[in-house]
Ligand binder design. Sequence first.
Ligand SMILES: [Zn+2]
Length: 329
Amino acid sequence: MLVAKLNGQFINAADACPGKNYCCPECGEHLILKQGQSRIAHFAHQVNSRCVLREGESYEHLLGKQQIFEWARKKGWQAELEVYIPQLEQRADVFLRIGGQRIVIEFQCSPLPLTALQKRTLGYQSIGIKCYWFLGSPYKRKLNQRQTQKFVQLVNQQYTIIFWDTKAKILRLIKLAIKEQPLSLKGVTHDYHILHQLSLLQGTNPCIKEFTGGLPVICHQKIIGIQVTNHPEIYWRCLVVKRLNNVPLFTSFSLKSWLHLLKEVDLTEWVKFPCLSSSKIINDYLRVFTKQLLKSGNIMINGQTVILIRHPSYHRSLIKQYQEIQRLI
Ligand SMILES: [Zn+2]
């Protein structure tokens, strides 16, 4: 830990001098000050301590916290290290006050279960504190989908993954956009491969067997950036097409009820995003999908009204579908 108590005052290990009676803010036990050329100054409990904070932190975690704290101060923000938040019984890595807003930065260098991440973020939210997760080097610059879904956050209204680089002492932001992926024959082949694999799984929804070939091209016009369904996107698109084909032509929807219709398609499992509003990101995705339907002439949009004007049609043969795809590539 980086902060201890000395005569009732909090003191940062970087400013501490040896030989004083530093105590743990949590348990009150005496702490050992560790300083040296090759490591970052910090406090540690005695070996036999039972305090909840006795566990050692990685070098990178200690260093990163200290750097983020200094970085925030340089920006002129009011910053504090390792602040205990009694309502949540939690210690925030770095606590900021910017204008009237209270902000917490958590510097994450170790794996964190989704439930713990959710609990922390929701806890902060429930008392009006905004929380940002900065990732350390154990998280590789290119996160997999699951990690992306866990740590994607909104920064200036953009979907972002935030890294703190302790070597360069800087913030690195990876921006992610939800956008259309160019249609390709390779992608289409891959979709059929996925559907085939799904149909082999036991207990799968029986309607998967309907999605074998000649699918409407809209099924293959996928969206990249952040995956929002727990199952492959092609499966969701097949389900939506099936649903839309049961809606009478020229039915009109308000934008809200249209998005609701798309969202409530049977058997869809939407991803839960712990660090941002799940409904916002899903709606952003559905808006891109709606634009695709508009482009392919299936719907018309009149102000805030969406009208279904053509059902997405299946192709009678793979040749016909191939020709249609070739036309669009
Ligand atoms: Zn303690």
